[in-house]
Write a protein that binds this ligand. Structure first.
Ligand SMILES: Nc1nc2c(ncn2[C@@H]2O[C@H](COP(=O)(O)OP(=O)(O)OP(=O)(O)O)[C@@H](O)[C@H]2O)c(=O)[nH]1
Ligand SMILES: [Mg+2]
Length: 314
């Protein structure tokens, strides 16, 4: 491992915030040696509880994250926040205001905030976010809050890796809860109807409960629907209590952890295999010969793939 990364890994063990930030940057940029550094810190992970916070743009996710962070700090717990910025200009939202709010909490002792862009993450956002979670975990954060706008598959993949997923809804979302993508509804462990100070919150709660009762996934645990006013702090105590209860309950489900690890291995493997394929075939003369043959209809792509895979397996 490169000296700089080695220093960062050691710095993390010593609780250096600069090393924490530095290692995240190196891993995000895939600086040579990043993989070795990840291997080194892995044994120190597994302590942090990871909460995914998702929902439509402007639902109050950041304001809630801010409240949750402060409440956890009051309990003597340390917090890492990962804010996945929507890079689309159409997702609306209070991006600037967002940043300002996050800056507020990042100034607090025991809080580390990191923003990640949806686009341009090397190796895919969900893998990159997982790496950042692990680094914060190894650093010793008790809780890691991951905020994403629940708009794309990428963002859904990110929160799916959390121990617990909180889906934030708001009153007046047009056609009730229809506005929330189906994929998000399915990954929710807790529903929060934020902006409960606005008319229509109760009917959103009812809509969600009705939807949950229609769920085909019977025998699953009951999913709580809570109301909050993130701006005033109403309902936050109840929300935190519920979070702790649910985390306790999920801890008992060892299967979830195992599934997570299997999924991660498969994800990493897929990426590696794809990298190897490109490395070997991108500038390969033999492939050009095959292409010529296919163009002349002397051969077909299926047979070529079979030949190549047979070759690999040998
Ligand atoms: N009335 C009311 N307004 C709220 C509440 N919570 C948040 N807001 C306001 O809603 C706006 C958006 O809040 P954010 O916390 O930035 O929402 P967000 O979901 O993080 O937004 P994006 O990250 O841009 O998707 C801000 O102006 C908040 O002050 C609430 O409980 N009630
Ligand atoms: Mg936000």
């Amino acid at each position: 491992m490169d000296n700089e990364l080695e220093n960062l890994v050691n710095g993390i063990a010593d609780g250096s915030v600069r090393s924490l930030a530095g290692m995240i940057t190196c891993v995000e940029n895939r600086t040579t040696g990043w993989l070795e550094a990840m291997k080194k810190i892995y044994s120190k992970t597994g302590h942090a509880r990871v909460i995914g916070i998702t929902g439509p743009p402007g639902a109050g996710k950041s304001t809630l994250t801010d409240r949750l962070t402060r409440t956890l700090l009051d309990k003597g717990l340390s917090v890492g926040v990962i804010a996945v910025d929507p890079s689309s200009p159409f997702s609306g939202g209070a991006l600037l205001g967002d940043r300002l709010r996050m800056k507020d909490v990042s100034a607090l002792e025991g809080v580390f905030v990191r923003s990640m862009a949806t686009r341009g993450a090397l190796g895919g956002l969900s893998l990159a976010a997982r790496d950042v979670v692990k680094i914060m975990d190894a650093f010793g954060k008790d809780f890691i809050l991951v905020e994403t706008v629940g708009v794309g598959q990428d963002e859904i993949e990110v929160v799916k890796t959390a121990d617990l997923v909180m889906v934030v809804c708001v009153p007046g979302m047009g056609d009730g809860i229809q506005a929330i993508k189906a994929g998000i509804m399915e990954i929710a462990d807790i529903f929060v109807v934020n902006k409960a100070d606005i008319e229509g919150a109760d009917s959103v709660v009812k809509d969600i409960q009705a939807m949950l009762s229609m769920s085909t996934d019977k025998g699953k645990k009951t999913i709580q629907v809570l109301k909050t006013v993130a701006t005033s702090g109403d309902g936050i105590t109840e929300l935190v209590d519920t979070l702790f209860q649910e985390l306790e309950a999920t801890k008992k489900k060892a299967g979830r952890q195992r599934d997570r690890i299997k999924e991660e291995i498969i994800g990493l493997l897929e990426r590696e295999v794809s990298r190897l394929i490109h490395k070997r075939l991108d500038h390969n003369d033999k492939l050009d010969v095959s292409v010529d043959k296919i163009l002349a209809r002397e051969c077909d792509p299926y047979s070529v793939v079979q030949e190549i895979t047979d070759d690999y397996i040998k």
